[in-house]
Design a protein around this ligand. Structure first.
Ligand SMILES: *Cc1c(COP(=O)(O)O)cnc(C)c1O
Length: 391
């Protein structure tokens, strides 16, 4: 019988040391020793899996990677210092000058900056496509297209990409299927089922889930990860062993945390849908979501994020945040604490109005990362702040 997700997340751990510790120790050691010149030489030839140096690998990052690979049903992986270094490595390890990328228009802000500002300096171009119309992506293919980059659900519009269609599309055209699975986590959505080559995570969000550490992961097919490992080994974005230890511990509670995040998020979304000060609510598991059927097909639950539009635009959005008493105003997400963001005045304020509108960020849009506080307290705080909005 195959073990459950929860069991794998808790019992998948490295071998115990001579102390037979129950919890995994932290290996704060930059390098590791060898008992002979021969052992050292064969390790450097890649003939043993002994640990050499913590920029390449470390028992704690190894343990974390192994666990994430089990949960994502991926063959191999590499742990990085942040989600963005994982995103960057997953691109830079594969592309060269002259290559072209097809990217879903609704990607994380810094991923957008990599595509639009950094990669063009190195002669790598991209075409943005609509996340919810994979059938139209054919038109974006060029003879030099190498990779498809996407997120599902997207931030903060919570638009979905049909992963089965992307799998067929990338296979047909021989493109690398690169997905940022940070918003869903492997508990909610398993991109490897659809043929994803590279699955990227910001572990900073739901994986750690407690707002403590930055970290990222790239997992996927072994021959792909070989290139990511080479790139990271020599460019140096390694994750700290301490952060890997924390994140591996956090994964032990990922399923129970997400069960509650998702049930709180669904309850909040349903409440907001009935609220007189709210124009619209986006949540994948609300039947009003335009891709509700797809959400039910490819996701276990709707996730921990809810977006809604306060009536009255920019002024109301800011007034609403100023009325909040308990929840946090922060740009982060995936924490035990409920976090509110007003993208138009913060995370997406550098985008032009047309660019914002194209990804569904209206002036009154609020993103809620629903926490683990009592749902009645979350609803009450948001309700009183909404009621105080005048427009
Ligand atoms: C936060 C985030 C990132 C970047 O992760 P960091 O750990 O902050 O570098 C990338 N993708 C998505 C979808 C994110 O939410």
């Amino acid at each position: 019988m195959e073990q459950s997700f929860e069991t794998k997340a808790i019992r998948g751990q490295i071998e115990r040391t001579q102390y037979k510790e129950h919890s995994v120790p932290v290996f704060l050691s930059s390098s590791f020793t060898f008992s002979s010149a021969e052992e050292m030489a064969s390790t450097f030839r890649g003939e043993t899996d002994a640990t050499i140096y913590s920029r390449y690998s470390n028992p704690n990052t190894d343990e974390l990677i192994q666990k994430v690979c089990t949960l994502e049903e991926a063959e191999d992986g590499f742990a990085t210092a942040s989600g963005m270094s994982a995103v960057f490595a997953s691109i830079a390890a594969f592309l060269k000058a002259g290559d072209h990328v097809i990217a879903s228009r609704a990607v994380f802000g810094s991923t957008h900056q990599i595509l639009t500002t950094i990669l063009p300096n190195w002669g790598i171009t991209h075409t943005y496509v609509e996340p919810d119309h994979v059938d139209s992506w054919e038109a974006a293919i060029q003879s030099n297209t190498k990779m498809v980059i996407l997120e599902s659900p997207s931030n903060p519009g919570l638009r979905l990409v049909d992963l089965e269609k992307v799998g067929a599309f990338t296979k047909k055209h021989g493109l690398i299927f690169n997905i940022d699975n940070c918003f869903a986590t492997p508990y909610i959505q398993r991109p490897s089922k659809y043929g994803a080559d590279l699955i990227v995570h910001s572990g900073t969000k739901w994986m750690d889930g407690q707002g403590r550490v930055l970290g990222g992961l790239v997992v996927g097919k072994a021959e792909m990860i070989e290139k990511v490992r080479f790139f990271c080994r020599h460019t140096g974005p390694a994750m700290s062993p301490f952060h890997a230890w924390l994140m591996s511990k956090s994964l032990e509670t990922l399923a129970v945390r997400l069960d509650r995040h998702c049930s709180n998020a669904f309850a909040l979304a349903s409440f907001l849908e009935e609220h007189p000060k709210v124009n619209r609510v986006w949540y994948p598991f609300l039947s009003s979501h335009p891709q509700y059927d797809l959400a039910k097909r490819q996701m276990r639950y709707g996730g921990g994020l809810v977006s809604f539009e306060v009536k009255g635009g920019m002024k109301s959005g800011m007034q609403f945040l100023n009325g909040i008493k308990m929840c946090s105003l922060s740009s982060n997400l995936g924490d035990t604490r409920t976090i509110l963001t007003h993208p138009a005045s913060t995370t997406h304020s550098k985008l032009k109005m047309e660019e914002r509108t194209a990804v569904g960020i209206t002036d009154g849009l609020i993103r809620v990362s629903v926490g683990l506080e009592g749902i009645e307290d979350i609803k009450a705080d948001i309700d009183q702040a909404l009621n105080a909005v005048s427009y």
